[in-house]
Design a protein around this ligand. Structure first.
Ligand SMILES: [Zn+2]
Length: 273
């Protein structure tokens, strides 16, 4: 069984501000190690339950966060940027199941550490058809195109709630609970990693028993809608071919499937920003 671990950083226990996830800072150096250990915990638990191949996609910032020398040697790592499938690089390579580790809630969520969707300065909100989605929904829908279910998520309480709304049977691992956007009640990393390891073990076990979360699919063709944070950003976003401006800060586009929608979304955010 082949597992893809999509790793982000904002949902690591102890992370409560941007400085801690900004490449190059001393705080980032500290938390990239903990991020790597969180991923290792997920690998251990999954392999205890019978996963025999793991690929990890480093999805935070430029994808240069996970410390490859400290990574479990049984896994391979997709790092760097840009990657064709971005946060889910490797999803098209005969993957059976996926985990989201270190995830954060979508933009506009109350009591959520560093809530944002893709870019904190560009994106107001994102919809796929009528679903309001964050990175969890966007990436789960992309995985769904390849018939890959998301079996587990780790992060703060808010992102766990968000994931359960889309995928009710997902194995949920809460490592911190926000007091505000920049403050949380956090588990010690060792304790968070115990929970991640156990969650991974249970998630794979449930999947093998036919009780894992189902594949998350969105109806095709897909209507994408992005609310930009300012009119200036929307002025630039509307230049993307196929994109239509429907109001001061909102653009829409139609895509035949999720890989196409994902590409258009990334182009909109890249050009606007
Ligand atoms: Zn991130």
């Amino acid at each position: 069984m082949k597992l893809l671990i999509a790793a982000d950083m904002e949902g690591v226990s102890g992370v409560v501000n941007w400085e801690q996830v900004k490449p190059g800072t001393s705080e980032w150096q500290r938390f990239r190690r903990i991020m790597t250990e969180d991923v290792n915990a997920a690998i251990s638990g999954a392999m205890e339950s019978g996963v025999d191949e793991v690929i990890v996609s480093d999805g935070h910032w430029n994808g240069d966060n996970i410390m490859i020398d400290l990574l479990d040697p049984r896994a391979r790592l997709n790092c760097g940027s840009p990657k064709p499938y971005s946060m889910l690089q490797g999803i098209d390579q005969d993957v059976d199941v996926a985990f989201f580790i270190g995830y954060h809630a979508r933009v506009g969520t109350q009591l959520a550490i560093l809530d944002h969707t893709w870019s904190n300065i560009v994106v107001g909100n994102v919809w796929l058809n009528d679903y309001l989605v964050g990175e969890t929904g966007l990436n789960a829908a992309l995985a769904g195109h390849f018939n890959v279910p998301i079996l587990m998520i780790s992060g703060d309480l808010a992102v766990n709630h968000e994931a359960k709304e889309l995928i009710p049977r997902i194995q949920s691992v809460v490592v911190k609970q926000a007091n505000s956007r920049f403050s949380a009640d956090c588990l010690h990393p060792k304790e968070a990693q115990n929970l991640i390891r156990e969650g991974a073990r249970l998630a794979i076990q449930a999947y093998q028993n036919g009780e894992g979360s189902p594949v998350f699919k969105v109806k095709q063709p897909i209507q994408g809608k992005v609310e930009l944070k300012s009119t200036e950003l929307a002025d630039r976003a509307q230049i993307v071919p196929g994109v239509q401006r429907i109001s001061a800060r909102d653009i829409v586009f139609q895509s035949e499937d999720m890989p196409a929608a994902y590409r258009t979304f990334r182009t909109v955010v890249g050009l606007a920003g």
